[in-house]
Design a protein around this ligand. Structure first.
Ligand code: F6R
Length: 604
């Protein structure tokens, strides 16, 4: 996720671009830049660091220009350096571009352009766009058709805005990443989100995938990628600029729960090709010498690690998930150069996880981190990093990052199963990979139809909340309970469903609702475990697909779409996120900043 902004109108653009970027910083904050058109070429100012650093650098040397673009970055390709910051320019600096998304075919485009003599100066996928645009400008009839040709060549997701030297216009298009047009009396904006220009206008047009716009001081031309004129409705938003970062949501947590379809699309993008898993730094054969896998992580990331451990074990790989804080003392057995240690950490800065990672490195293991933050300590310390691409998460309670971690780790598990001697991917791997494409849409369906608020309301004032599941859903049950306790301050526990009868059943009363997770694997036993709790008076909430046998037994039902068992738990998790959120809201808790907790725990 990154934030882009563009502005066309009277008066200087730069201050408006920078203040727009400040309002987009929730989308990324590892580097920032602006470019303006000012009659003597395109002036580009960019640097690694936050927007405030860019702003400080511009003091005293504010470049003039009525038309400009800006960007705040959340790195996906290449670390957060000055060179990798946007805007990116073309070979002769004729074109400058900002981009949010991932260009999947950038390597092929780069190769073709390199052959044509173009030289690249960054590690980004974005840089191919200005070069390609300039390449097509050379023999195009007009700028608009050169831009259209450029955009048609891009595979992947993008919201892109471009400047051309000497032309007072912005060329922009969207496919899979948000782009919104803001219309004021004498100026126009384009941005990834409304807060970027809400101080100036609240009349907006939400562009759709495949839309292309040319914004000039005199008006806006909208077409599709075939060049056919289109019209979109102008809508009026009535948000308070102060609160606008959350958009229409009351809390960042709710916004982040609702942006999971988009986060998951980014996570998956380009990582499955021709029915096979393709992970950037891990080509076939990378893990040929791996004998065992240790996953180290804390909190929610630990639950994602458990999710992966189960899949590795099912594939016949010796694997164990460790709580990072325990790893140092856990005596995990011999750690050798054939041990793969996977440090799972959203922030990449968790002290316990970094401690485990460093210990594994010193012991000679191969160390990989699965993280959300490109420039993080974990990413810089591990031998290789695999990014979950969920975008910044502001709410302290991890939501979208759990989903993106679990999917990334599931793909890594398949990669490992193909390489590790003696292991094999699941028999139905093709179906599994087919269904992951539907995951964003299935999450969307859950978000649109969930009864979580009513269920949360029915069980307010319970004594304790239990979450049970088997196999992969054991991890989800524990994650559901963690989320519930951290934002409601109510007591909640997650159990492997078969464990209830070995002790926790003593706590079960009519005052302990049991959220029971069914994913289509081992459900018969889980159902029996739920009935055992029900026989002691506990209400059962089945989190299951529509026609599941558990629904007939349960007192309440939270429905999930039919899918492969590997993804079903992630849909159940979304229902549980919503239950926790609504329960916390009914209790009037400070949802985004629960007491005593921090987003990044940098102490051991
Ligand atoms: C719970 C939560 C924490 C983190 C944990 C690890 O909602 O957010 O449990 O998961 O502190 O943080 P990372 O993943 O940044 O290492």
């Amino acid at each position: 996720m990154c934030g882009i902004i563009a502005r066309v109108g009277d008066g200087d653009a730069i201050r408006k671009l920078v203040s727009g970027l400040e309002n987009l910083e929730y989308r990324g904050y590892d580097s920032a830049g602006v470019a303006v058109q000012n009659g003597s070429g395109i002036s580009v100012y960019k640097r690694s660091g936050q927007v405030s650093e860019l702003k400080d650098a511009l003091v005293g040397s504010v470049p003039k220009g009525k038309v400009g673009i800006g960007h705040t970055r959340w790195s996906t390709h290449g670390p957060p350096t000055d060179e990798n910051a946007h805007p990116h320019t073309s070979q002769t600096d004729e074109v400058a571009v900002v981009h949010n998304g991932i260009i999947e075919n950038y390597a092929e485009l780069k190769a073709t352009l390199s052959e044509a003599g173009h030289e690249f100066t960054s590690d980004t996928d974005t840089e191919v766009i200005p070069h390609l645009f300039e390449y097509y400008l050379e023999d195009a009839d007009d700028i608009e058709s050169a831009f259209r040709r450029t955009v048609r060549d891009l595979e992947g997701s993008y919201a892109v805005a471009a400047l051309v030297d000497g032309v007072h216009a912005i060329y922009a298009a969207r496919q899979g990443s948000p782009l919104i047009l803001g219309l004021d009396d004498d100026e126009y904006y384009l941005a990834s989100d409304v807060p970027a220009f809400l101080d100036h206008t609240d009349d907006v047009v939400y562009l759709e995938d495949g839309d292309m716009v040319v914004v000039e001081p005199t008006g806006v031309t909208m077409t599709d990628l075939a060049g056919t004129r289109i019209d979109r409705d102008v809508e009026h938003v009535d948000w308070d600029p102060e609160e606008a970062g959350k958009g229409e949501y009351d809390h960042y947590m709710l916004k982040e729960i609702h942006t999971q379809p988009n986060a998951l699309s980014n996570t998956i993008e380009g990582r499955i090709q021709d029915g096979e898993v393709r992970l950037e730094s891990f080509p076939e054969g990378t893990f040929d010498d791996v004998e065992d896998v240790h996953l180290v992580a804390c909190g929610t990331s630990y639950h994602a690690a458990m999710y992966c451990q189960q899949q590795l074990a099912d594939a016949g790989i010796r694997a164990q998930a460790y709580r990072a804080s325990e790893y140092v003392d856990a005596n995990p057995g011999p750690v050798t150069e054939d041990t793969l240690v996977v440090a799972v950490t959203q922030s990449g800065e968790t002290a316990d996880t970094l401690g485990a990672l460093r210990q594994a490195k010193e012991a000679g293991a191969q160390v990989v981190t699965v993280t959300n933050v490109v420039g993080s300590t974990a990413a810089r310390t591990a031998d290789e990093a695999l990014f979950i691409r969920a975008g910044p998460e502001i709410g302290v309670a991890a939501t979208k990052t759990f989903s993106s971690q679990a999917v990334t780790l599931s793909l890594l598990a398949i990669r490992l199963a193909e390489d590790v001697p003696g292991a094999s991917p699941p028999d139905d791997v093709a179906a599994l990979l087919d269904d992951v494409y539907d995951l964003p849409q299935h999450v969307d369906q859950v978000l649109k139809t969930s009864d979580a608020r009513a269920v949360a309301d029915s069980y307010m004032d319970s004594q304790s909340y239990f979450f049970i599941g088997r196999g992969l859903n054991n991890a989800v049950a524990k994650e559901g309970a963690l989320k519930f306790k951290e934002i409601t301050y109510e007591h909640a526990e997650g159990f492997a469903s078969g464990e209830l009868k070995h002790g926790p059943l003593a706590l079960v009363t009519p005052d302990t609702p049991v959220f029971t997770l069914f994913d289509g694997a081992g459900d018969g036993k889980t159902l029996k475990n739920a009935e055992e709790a029900q026989a002691r008076g506990a209400p059962i909430v089945a989190v299951a697909s529509e026609d599941h046998a558990g629904v007939d037994v349960a007192d309440d039902h939270l429905e999930i779409p039919d899918t492969h068992p590997v993804w079903a738990g992630l849909l159940a998790n979304v229902q549980l996120q919503l239950v926790s959120y609504h329960a916390a809201q009914l209790l009037d808790r400070p949802i985004d900043k629960p007491r005593n907790l921090a987003k990044s725990v940098t102490v051991e």
